[in-house]
Design a protein around this ligand. Structure first.
Ligand code: HEC
Length: 149
């Protein structure tokens, strides 16, 4: 029973949290984001990065948006800049875009399938959305963090 926490302790990396723990972190952060707090836990962002890059959950985002999310001409747009083609760049927008995909791209030639064409669960969608959202930090920090800019 101690094996999993002990192993993550020994391996010493935040990314190696157990599946149950990461699911509860994702849900907790999702609930907080709905209340406007979009400071996601590093473990959630790390899980989202793995999904994005195809290293977890069979995620395919990288194949159109590039492993660095900077976009690939004609395939998927840049997700790291301040320009959003289909919405306001909020966490809620990103979650719903990943759920539904994009049938009519503005720059790309091919649509984005729902979930990017991978069998992602709700929690995996939330984690990958938290990762995409976090790529724009500090530009997308909550309003209170932006005071004085
Ligand atoms: C088959 C290619 C493909 C895959 C796979 C894919 N996307 Fe996309 N994505 C697109 C295209 C095309 C667009 C729209 C770009 C345009 O309008 O020119 C897009 C748009 C988006 C947008 C909105 C960008 C904006 O500017 O409004 C987000 C967010 C996004 N993708 C995230 C993801 C995530 C996260 C994944 C993985 C779960 C993913 N995509 C997988 C092709 C893809």
């Amino acid at each position: 029973m101690l094996a999993v926490p002990l192993m993550s302790l020994l391996l010493g990396t935040g990314a190696r949290v157990s599946a149950a723990r990461s699911a509860s972190l994702v849900r907790n952060d999702h609930a907080r984001a709905q209340g406007g707090d979009t400071a996601f836990a590093p473990e959630v962002v790390a899980l989202g990065a793995k999904i994005f890059q195809g290293k977890a959950a069979g995620g395919l985002c990288f194949s159109c948006h590039g492993a660095n999310a900077k976009g690939m001409k004609g395939l998927g747009s840049n997700l790291t800049d301040a320009t959003w083609l289909h919405g306001d760049g909020s966490y809620a927008f990103i979650v719903s875009t990943v759920e539904k995909g994009i049938q009519k791209p503005k720059e790309g030639a091919t649509p984005m399938p729902p979930k990017g064409g991978a069998p992602l669960t709700g929690d995996q969608i939330r984690a990958v959305a938290a990762y995409v959202y976090s790529l724009q930090q500090p530009a997308r920090r909550p309003r209170s963090d932006r005071a004085g800019r």
